[in-house]
Structures are given as structure tokens and as C-alpha cells.
Design a protein around this ligand. Sequence first.
Ligand SMILES: *[C@@H]1O[C@H](CO)[C@@H](O)[C@H](O)[C@H]1NC(C)=O
Length: 244
Amino acid sequence: MRRITEGRGEKMGQRALAFLLLLPWLMYDSRAGFPNQISIGGVFLRSTVQEHSVFRFAVQLYNTNQNVTEKPFHLHYNVDNLEQSDSFSVTHAFCSQFSRGVYAIFGFYDQRSVNTLLSFSGALHTSFITPSQPAEADTNFLLQLRPALKGVVLSMITHYKWERFVYLYDTDRGFSLLQSVMEAAVVNDWRVTVRSVGNVADVLEYRRIVEEMERREEKLFIIDCEEERINALLEQVHTPPHDP
Ligand SMILES: *[C@@H]1O[C@H](CO)[C@@H](O)[C@H](O)[C@H]1NC(C)=O
């Protein structure tokens, strides 16, 4: 009988001790709650100077809001500007952000950096928030601000009743969109001329492609390319020929 009581007493003592040890942590926890300053990261490419300004402006706008309901915590940000989007620079930027303990990273990717960025965000469980073109990536840590293009492009083609057009593309990303367009083309009996311009190095080649399409009386184009290429292509289309 005595032994049992002693045993109980011992156990209760242990519990009390455990609770006492836990108490400071509990008090600390309820006092601290959600941190009142949150660190986020920014990763910008050289070509996204304007977007960088918009980001800084938006954070400043948020931080100067006096309404506590709308601004429950202060945002602190670190930005890495990438000269190049090769995997070395991207890896370095992501890891330096991560080591600063950011909650999430806002940024842009392009064809060269998308895989590296997304595999890091997936592996390190750090959300990547992006207004870049949607990527077909299988990760839970990617938050895309833009909807997928597929629905928009198909609706546009249907709305304007395009039945014959040229589809120019340059990236792997373009493949899934191209696939949806081709599937719809079979169903709707559209006539689509598909050309990859991914390997075009000489800008005059764009002019030759467009001239060739003109001869075939193709008037409508869908261009699914990286921004730089679209600019180069449109420049060629708009500039009159040099030779008389
Ligand atoms: C703070 O923001 C909330 C949500 O937008 C709004 O309902 C409330 O009226 C605002 N308070 C003040 C004092 O402006």
C-alpha cells in the first residue's frame, strides 16, 4: 500500500516538474504569438527592374499602413538581383535568402532558372511567389499569381473565330500550351502551322519566316516565346527591309 502511494507521489512530482519546465515556454509562446516582423526574400533578374520597383513600392505601401487589421506584422525584405539566371547564380541567391530565414521568396524565373528555383523551394519548404508565366511544376511550394494561359488562348481563338493561324514557340514551357491548341485544332478543324523558333540565332531569320508565311497568306500569329525573343521578332516584322 505504501509503495503504491509513494509511486503515485513520485509520478505526480514528475508531472509537476514537467509542467513547471513547460511553463516558461508556454508563457513565452502565448506572449510572443505571431512574430511582429516577417522576413521575406526577393529574387529579381536583370530584366525585371520595373517589377523590382513595384515590389519595393508595394512593401512600403503595406508597411506604412496604420490599420492593424490590414497590417498585422511588419515586412522586412532582402533582395538579390541576378546578373544572370544560370543555375549557379540562382542557387547562390536562393541559399543566401534561405540562410537569412525568410518565410517566403518573391521573384521571377525564366526558362533557365525555373527548374533550379522550384526544386530548391520544394526541397527547403520555402514558398516561392511569382508573377512569372505559370510553370508546369509539381510542387506544393509554388504560388503562381498568373493563371495558366491555356484557357485564355483557347477562348481567344474561339472568340475571334480563328480557323487558320501560325503558332510560333520557343520553349519547353510552350509545349503544353501547344499541345492544348493542337488538341482543340483537331476537334474544331483549325488549320495550324507550327514553327519552333527556339534555335533561331540570326534575327533576320524571323523576317524570312514571316515572309514565308505571308506568301502562304497566313495572317494570324500566336507567338509563345520568351520576352526577349518576342521583341526581336516584332522588331523584324516592323522594320522595313534594308535593301532597296
Ligand atoms: C481597418 O481595416 C479593416 C479591414 O479592411 C476595416 O474594416 C476597418 O474599418 C479599418 N479600420 C480603420 C480604423 O480604418
